[in-house]
Design a protein around this ligand. Structure first.
Ligand SMILES: Cc1cc2nc3c(=O)[nH]c(=O)nc-3n(C[C@H](O)[C@H](O)[C@H](O)COP(=O)(O)OP(=O)(O)OC[C@H]3O[C@@H](n4cnc5c(N)ncnc54)[C@H](O)[C@@H]3O)c2cc1C
Length: 411
């Protein structure tokens, strides 16, 4: 059994950021999405070997594929019972996004804690050195260092590796969890304000309050087939972190739509780069990811987001379409002249929400309107994501009925 560091294959060509590439990946995974997924999804076989899972997360995160695009073919192929584990996992994404939509204050709190922790890092050389070692995979803990380097090289990590990594970061290395979450968000091609923040909060015992996730050496050895060894120094206990309870807000979503309308002008953001109606004469404008986040993003993540946005804006383009780096850039463009309403899929939290809020105010000052829509699946599912996952899980059969019958969304 070799426990040395294994070479990381970055499979650079394997992630074209298009809807077609997402469907190709889905189709090749489809035979393994039933019993095989339920049996082997917890095994982390290493970069380029992640066949036990779908690796669809960058496509789902950027809206190149939406949850129904993935759920319906998997159920058609395997039936609901055999597909149940995979379906549950896809609904974890829906759940985390729905939960964050009920608790947008948790995103705001996280974002300001990241700034505070960065200030603390700048003021504390020992902390800075420890964080740099963790981020570069140079802590001396072989498994942890391997995952850090795999993430840097590929922009992806297996779910189990994310859990082990976050647990070691928080409970063994005792580093601030928000800076681990921030590093993930910037490096992962699927870096998502809800799934990532709440994934870290879950490991830390802040989401299901008091319930933590402790990485154990025997578990890591077993589920990496003995490939990776964290060494003997893992924390023996994981005492839950504490913070103020999350404040729930009343969920107020814009109207739901199953498919985007043929609007005069449509705004594409990096969360929603999926299909739009044939553009014809209508305009597509792209708003690139928040500048501050973009500047600090890992190469693989930045490249995937930029390519996803580009293909969405350019699809069926008649030449007038453009991507803007900032809200101000968009507003000062001559392209703004021709329309009164700019339509988009809504984002209730995270960097995109911040940009949309800013844009809405600025457009209103010009006598124009930002018209936001909610995706039908989100509108149906999110009202059941107020508390724990179980509240949504028990609704899954009815939500799948609605998807299979093509029922339009209603909140
Ligand atoms: C600390 C931590 C951070 C995470 N950060 C992110 C993130 O930034 N973005 C992200 O999409 N997921 C995140 N996850 C969840 C999960 O690890 C990834 O979604 C999954 O590993 C993606 O790989 P896959 O597509 O092969 O998953 P599969 O196992 O094939 O699952 C299919 C899809 O279901 C969804 N999914 C699966 N597991 C989860 C989960 N636990 N939570 C939410 N959605 C899930 C994803 O969209 C995924 O693409 C995080 C988990 C942890 C523990």
């Amino acid at each position: 059994m070799s426990r040395s560091r294994h070479a990381i294959q970055p499979d650079l060509a394997a992630w074209p950021a298009t809807r077609e590439a997402g469907f190709q990946r889905l189709n090749s995974f489809l035979p393994r999405a039933g019993a095989c997924y339920a049996r082997s999804r917890n095994f982390d076989r290493g970069a380029g070997q992640h066949e036990a899972v779908s690796c669809l997360s960058p496509y789902l995160r950027h809206g190149l594929l939406e949850e129904p695009d993935v759920l319906l073919p998997v159920i058609a192929r395997h039936g609901r019972e055999a597909a149940a584990k995979f379906v549950d996992e896809v609904f974890w994404r829906t759940y985390f996004r729905g939960w964050m939509a009920h608790h947008p204050e948790i995103w705001r709190r996280y974002a300001s804690s990241v700034q505070e922790a960065m200030d603390q890092r700048r003021a504390t050389p020992a902390l800075d050195r420890a964080l740099t070692a963790a981020e570069q995979g140079q802590t001396g803990m072989p498994a942890f260092d391997h995952w850090a380097q795999e993430l840097l090289a590929t922009g992806y990590l297996h779910n189990h590796a994310r859990m082990w990594f976050a647990s070691i970061w928080i409970f063994t290395l005792r580093l601030p969890w928000v800076l681990g979450a921030d590093w993930f968000l910037r490096q992962l091609m699927d870096g998502d304000p809800a799934s990532n923040t709440l994934g870290w909060r879950w490991v830390a015992g802040l989401h299901t309050r008091g319930k933590t996730y402790l990485a154990r050496r025997d578990n890591i050895l077993r589920f990496t087939d003995g490939r990776l060894d964290p060494g003997p120094n893992l924390a023996r206990e994981a005492l839950a972190l504490e913070d103020a309870p999350a404040q729930r807000e009343t969920l107020q979503l814009p109207p739901a739509l199953s498919a985007p309308p043929l609007a005069e002008a449509w705004l594409v953001t990096d969360e929603f780069c999926g299909s739009l109606p044939d553009a014809g004469d209508s305009l597509r404008l792209g708003l690139a990811c928040d500048k501050q986040l973009a500047a600090a993003r890992g190469e693989r993540a930045a490249r995937f987001s930029a390519a996803a946005l580009r293909q969405a804006v350019e699809a069926n383009a008649d030449g007038g379409n453009q991507i803007f780096e900032t809200v101000d850039g968009l507003l000062s463009s001559p392209l703004v002249e021709g329309w009164q309403e700019l339509h988009c899929w809504s984002a209730p939290f995270g960097p995109v929400a911040q940009q949309l809020d800013q844009l809405e105010v600025a457009l209103a000052a010009q006598g124009r309107r930002l018209v936001r829509w909610t995706r039908a699946h989100d509108a149906r599912a999110w009202p059941h994501a107020r508390r724990g996952f179980f509240g949504l899980k028990k609704r899954i059969p009815a939500l799948l009925d609605a998807l299979e019958q093509g029922v339009p969304g209603s909140a």
